[in-house]
Ligand binder design. Structure first.
Ligand SMILES: [Mg+2]
Length: 326
């Protein structure tokens, strides 16, 4: 399935019809929350948080998966039943309890030392970059740096040096460099955990940045293993081309995500088979013939499950290809 071949309506219909076996993994910044100059001022788009609780009741799981601390996610997107996986899955807040990977706890002194070194470095100090202390990691943000072109290279070099000196790894993002302990975890691990623990048969990942690529890869891997998946990229001026290219569905900014979530929340639990089928085939025109024929369209016999298991990672995402097999 090539990027953007699924429409929002098709996806919402198909997923809504089998919501109890679908896990939704949502990024925060740039996905639920518009990107703002001050990262601490990032808040979900109005209307998003109210949808999360109802979605969590209806779907197998709703998880916020982010590089942010779990408590930040839980504070600004508080909704019953939602899982908050922060720090790329190394920290989770669930039912008000925060759990942290013990390897992160052990690395706190190194992170604190790196934060101090960054704070005192000419590149960070003189550029006006903002240092975000996340306790278990530290991030340098240049979104508000006036002369960004001039400072990008020195900050990149400084961040790399300091990361190396303190045994941390450097994760670059959009106008941000994050230094964190080399405890292997990425959003893909978080997604795999949510799927495994929820028993979901299908997974939807929504994200807008480089850090979401491992989550997309996990979707492809789970699909190859027999589950279904949908990779949803959020388009912005800064969206990495490789993320957009890998996506099955591309939404326009957090507004597009809000619309998608609304449609998921509003979608019928058991969609009429012919409706989902018809939409899924509109591009090819193949459904039209069947649909116009007297009697039930062939798709109606598929039990209203257009999100079916394809056989390979590319086509398994929503199973629309598989739906051709009538
Ligand atoms: Mg993001």
């Amino acid at each position: 399935m090539t990027a953007g071949t699924v429409t929002v309506e098709q996806a919402a219909r198909a997923l809504g019809g089998r919501s109890q076996e679908v896990a939704l993994c949502l990024d925060f910044d740039g996905t639920l929350s518009p990107v703002v100059d001050d990262p601490q001022a990032a808040r979900p788009l109005q209307g998003v948080v109210e949808l999360l609780g109802p979605l969590a009741r209806r779907f197998a799981a709703v998880a916020l998966v982010s590089g942010r601390p779990a408590a930040y996610l839980g504070e600004h997107a508080a909704a019953p039943g939602v899982r908050y996986l922060g720090l790329y899955g190394l920290q989770e807040m669930r039912d008000g309890q925060v759990r942290v990977d013990p390897r992160l706890e052990a690395a706190r002194p190194a992170v604190a030392a790196a934060a101090a070194a960054l704070r005192g470095s000419p590149a960070v100090r003189d550029s006006g970059a903002w240092l975000e202390d996340k306790v278990y990691s530290v991030a340098v943000h240049t979104r508000r740096v006036p002369d960004r072109d001039r400072w990008t290279e020195p900050i990149d070099r400084t961040a790399r040096q300091i990361a190396e000196q303190h045994g941390l790894e450097l994760i670059p993002g959009k106008l941000v460099w994050e230094l964190r302990p080399p405890v292997p975890s990425d959003k893909g691990d978080a997604v795999r955990r949510v799927v495994a623990e929820s028993g979901a048969r299908a997974v939807v990942v929504v994200g807008d940045d480089l850090g979401d690529l491992p989550a997309f890869a996990a979707v492809a891997e789970l699909a190859a293993g027999g589950r279904d998946g949908l990779r949803v990229a959020v388009r912005s001026e800064e969206a990495p081309p490789e993320l957009l290219a890998t996506a099955d569905l591309v939404l326009d900014g957090p507004r597009g995500v809000l619309d998608f979530l609304r449609r998921l929340a509003d979608s019928p639990v058991e969609p009429p088979g012919d409706y989902g089928y018809d939409l899924a085939h509109e591009e090819t025109g193949r459904a039209r013939a069947g649909h116009d024929a007297p009697g039930p369209a062939p798709g109606e016999e598929r039990g209203g499950a257009p999100v079916g298991g394809g056989q390979d990672a590319r086509s398994a995402d929503l199973g629309y290809d598989e739906a051709h097999d009538f």
